[in-house]
Write a protein that binds this ligand. Structure first.
Ligand code: NI
Length: 198
């Protein structure tokens, strides 16, 4: 089921998430719904708070970018990667810069600096514990989604100056004025279908 994507301004995006203790049909359904919602919105990652849920879950799927990377000889997983209860256990000392966007902050794209790589401990969707290191594009998207389960958004990484420049546009998004081509949920407005937006 495709779920509305919660916009900047909704409290859930800023709340602490809960560790997923046990596997259950509800959790598996939530994971399926998150994947379907992410794909419908043409996203490459999504976190539970973005669909109004407080579980410590995020999904990353960069398979649509394969063409951009195969030339460079970089292998990209061809299916969504599911991260439950992820914890960063190590990160690179060196940062890299790259332009980011977010389904919860439509049409805003800004350069963000983050560590070039990281090591995570997490459970996959079969609840198998894994420890894995990531670099490149995967590290970038994983860190963006990991931030979401900590209540952090990519705009928090921007300078105060940059945020001031974006202030009006961010306020519009908080009020539900977006041109997103997917269903969103705005604070004080509720669910907004794509044809209602702008
Ligand atoms: Ni995001």
């Amino acid at each position: 089921m495709i779920l509305p994507i919660y916009l900047l301004g909704t409290e859930i995006l800023r709340e602490e998430t809960q560790v997923v203790e046990d596997d259950s049909p509800e959790i598996q359904q939530l994971i399926d719904d998150m994947i379907e919602t992410m794909h419908a919105a043409h996203g490459i990652g999504i976190a539970a708070p973005q669909v109004g849920r407080s579980e410590r879950i995020f999904i990353v799927d960069v398979s649509s970018m394969e063409e951009d990377f195969s030339e460079a000889g970089i292998e990209i997983p061809d299916q969504p990667m599911v991260f439950l209860n992820a914890e960063v256990i190590d990160e690179a000392d060196v940062d890299s810069e790259f332009e980011e966007g977010c389904l919860s902050i439509p049409d805003i794209h800004e350069i963000v600096s983050r560590p070039k790589g990281l090591t995570l401990r997490y459970h996959d969707r079969t609840f198998t514990e894994r420890e894995e290191s990531f670099g490149g594009m995967l590290a970038r998207v994983i860190q963006h989604e990991y931030d979401h389960v900590d209540g952090v958004l990519f705009i928090d990484h921007l300078s105060a100056f940059k945020r001031r420049l974006l202030k009006r546009r961010l306020q519009d998004i908080r009020e539900g004025h977006t041109e997103a081509d997917y269903t969103v949920f705005a604070k004080d407005v509720g669910v907004i279908e794509p044809e209602d937006t702008a």
